[in-house]
Design a protein around this ligand. Structure first.
Ligand SMILES: *[C@@H]1O[C@H](CO)[C@@H](O)[C@H](O)[C@H]1NC(C)=O
Ligand SMILES: *[C@@H]1O[C@H](CO)[C@@H](O)[C@H](O)[C@H]1NC(C)=O
Ligand SMILES: *[C@@H]1O[C@H](CO)[C@@H](O)[C@H](O)[C@H]1NC(C)=O
Ligand SMILES: *[C@@H]1O[C@H](CO)[C@@H](O)[C@H](O)[C@H]1NC(C)=O
Ligand SMILES: *[C@@H]1O[C@H](CO)[C@@H](O)[C@H](O)[C@H]1NC(C)=O
Ligand SMILES: [Zn+2]
Ligand SMILES: [Zn+2]
Length: 572
């Protein structure tokens, strides 16, 4: 094995680690991407090393050696990530579940890498046998009709090892821990309440946040919680700790909202190893994800989910429940579309049968005259959601546009809208996904949460989102005031008030809002500011033409396989 090759393998692994932490590029924050040719070389290399009989330990050793000699990451980090990932990659390879030439096409779909045989990856969901009902123009209620408030918590990423005064300016994927190395200057030390650099939140910040939410919002009907509870220490997670974090955080929210139902989903960080959601067919104790689904089922039902959700949670981490007569929640495990989930590389069609189940669930809801709110972690139109999955999901939303009243996601850590359009009349918007910013400050983002106002309480309500407000706090200020003052939460913006042209939040109006932003830079600047939750560093960096295009393109891309609407942005 030539050392150049090993270097490539190891280097790329490290780049992938980096890429999977940073997530898909968003706005200005572009992570370094390996090129397609490097990716292909590495994939061939890894698979060759399986073939010539290198053990997992050999491969991990090689990766660690490169890490050290190149001074990329600390040995522990490279070993940790590689040790966790290699057995799954080997299994997928050894069982011929993957076409080596197709790997980079999926893994790096943003870079348009080629496929050796893309047809082999094809699948589609059988369309509903019930024909689509005529679309009735949505009539939003008059101001007198009853509404409900829904609290949306996204991406808390609690770091149990957060340590005030530790090094916030470290070279690891996550800092602000005792293990983050020497603190060289005063500016490098981690703040008391958190830190805008590569750090997740300490317990005290989460606790004071949840306490304040409960005081500030006494009228919450239920809570949606879109995953990623575990910190970004992807090299040192464990099953036990991940579940402990889940239980502690659920307990925390329950203690301040004792009578409020909680509807959770799993985020890519909630698995161990990170991002790894095996197909339900994999019953092997080590490689399978059964442990996570079983524990999620145990915790979620203990914290109030009805028992009829158990079987699908145990099967694939998803469920449906009736919230109130007329309103159903469908909680999906979209980690099966994540391009950094190794199992997405396997040629699995409709992993965990999730999308067929979704179709059936929406049919039943349509027949029962229920409206549905979809919640999940990864928005299916995001750059890091596999294109075929994204396309199939888009079709389902199209078919059931009159039943799906709204969609709610997290994962990007930013404040976003995502519009879905009609497949045939491509100018007609059919649905809106609301993407809420993260509670964690990781990275360079002020902590935030959302409260939606929803048309509701009558069985025949539209259950559409009438408005939302995003609450935030200023970590710089909180740290300056110190331990004796709790961080001050304030309302960052209310959608309708902030974006005056948004007279409502219907697909049509959000589409008008998008069109308006193409020409109205002041309006776009507002969207940009809120996208980054007014965080000083991001706002002061500003948004150049490339960043502007990225943000607007994200807003109108629900099927990542079709970026046609982005061209419209180009031309303007
Ligand atoms: C690889 O697959 C073969 C059969 O296809 C099996 O005998 C062998 O145990 C597998 N090895 C690993 C490490 O999974
Ligand atoms: C990938 O292809 C699309 C469509 O052809 C194009 O718009 C986009 O710029 C390409 N991306 C890269 C990174 O080359
Ligand atoms: C397509 O949708 C737009 C916007 O809803 C509508 O104005 C137009 O009449 C539709 N076109 C067709 C051919 O149905
Ligand atoms: C946050 O607080 C710092 C320190 O008081 C201040 O300089 C900054 O302008 C504040 N940022 C925002 C967005 O309010
Ligand atoms: C918490 O919420 C209350 C509203 O009930 C508000 O008055 C108070 O300032 C908040 N506390 C902090 C520390 O932000
Ligand atoms: Zn996250
Ligand atoms: Zn995530």
């Amino acid at each position: 094995m030539c050392s150049l090759f090993l270097t490539f393998v190891s280097l790329s692994f490290v780049i992938l680690i980096n890429h999977s932490i940073q997530g898909a590029p968003s706005g200005e924050r572009r992570s370094i991407l390996p090129t397609c040719s490097l990716c292909n070389l590495v994939v061939r290399g890894i698979f060759q090393s399986f073939e010539i009989g290198l053990t997992d330990e050999d491969i991990v050793d090689n990766i660690a050696l490169t890490c050290i000699s190149r001074n990329l990451y600390e040995e522990e980090i490279c070993r940790g990530v590689a040790t966790a990932a290699i057995p799954t990659v080997r299994y997928i390879y050894n069982n011929s579940l993957v076409d080596p030439g197709n790997v980079c096409g999926i893994l790096m779909q943003e870079a348009n890498c080629t496929f050796s045989d893309r047809d082999k990856l094809e699948w589609s969901i059988a369309p509903s046998s019930i024909s689509k009902p005529d679309v009735v123009q949505l009539t939003l209620p008059s101001s007198e009709t009853p509404t409900i408030k829904v609290l949306h918590l996204a991406d808390p990423h609690w770091d149990p090892e957060y340590m005030e005064g530790s090094n916030a300016n470290c070279g690891n994927p996550l800092c602000c821990r005792a293990s983050s190395g020497t603190v060289n200057t005063v500016e490098d030390s981690a703040g008391y309440w958190g830190d805008y650099r590569k750090c997740d939140l300490p317990w005290r910040t989460l606790e004071s946040s949840v306490e304040n939410m409960s005081k500030q919002h006494k009228d919450i009907s239920y809570i949606i919680w879109t995953g990623d509870l575990v910190p970004h220490d992807i090299w040192s997670t464990s099953r036990e700790e991940n579940m402990l974090i889940h239980e502690r955080l659920l307990n925390l929210v329950k203690s301040y909202f004792p009578d409020t139902p909680i509807y959770p989903t799993l985020g890519n960080h909630d698995a161990h190893p990170v991002n790894t959601f095996a197909l339900p067919e994999i019953t092997d104790q080590e490689l399978g994800t059964g442990w996570l689904y079983q524990d999620a089922e145990r915790l979620w039902t203990k914290f109030g989910l009805p028992s009829e959700t158990s079987s699908t949670i145990r099967h694939g981490g998803y469920y449906t429940a009736l919230i109130q007569p007329g309103l159903r929640i469908v909680s999906l495990n979209t980690n099966y579309c994540y391009t950094f989930n190794w199992w997405t590389l396997s040629s699995a069609k409709d992993p965990a049968s999730l999308l067929s189940w979704l179709t059936k669930t929406l049919e039943d809801a349509e027949i029962a005259n229920e409206k549905v709110h979809i919640i999940a972690h990864i928005p299916p139109g995001n750059e890091d959601c596999w294109a075929i999955y994204s396309r199939e999901f888009d079709k389902i939303v199209n078919r059931f546009e009159s039943t799906v009243a709204a969609q709610f996601y997290g994962h990007t850590h930013n404040e976003e809208f995502k519009l879905f359009y009609d497949e045939t009349n491509t100018t007609r918007p059919v649905n809106v996904a609301y993407i809420a910013g993260s509670l964690t400050s990781f990275t360079n983002l002020s902590p935030s949460y959302r409260v939606y106002t929803i048309d509701g309480q009558r069985p025949d309500s539209s259950w559409s989102v009438l408005d939302f407000s995003t609450w935030t706090m200023n970590l710089t200020e909180a740290n300056q005031k110190g331990p004796m003052h709790l961080p001050e939460w304030f309302e960052l913006y209310q959608a309708k008030k902030e974006y005056a042209i948004m007279t409502d939040l219907s697909p049509k109006t959000v589409d008008d809002f998008f069109s308006r932003m193409l020409n109205d830079d002041a309006l776009f600047q507002l969207y940009f500011k809120n996208y980054y939750k007014a965080t000083d560093k991001m706002v002061s960096e500003g948004c150049d033409e490339k960043c502007r295009k990225t943000l607007l393109c994200r807003l109108v891309t629900s099927n990542i396989a079709d970026r046609g609407r982005c061209q419209r942005i180009d031309r303007k």
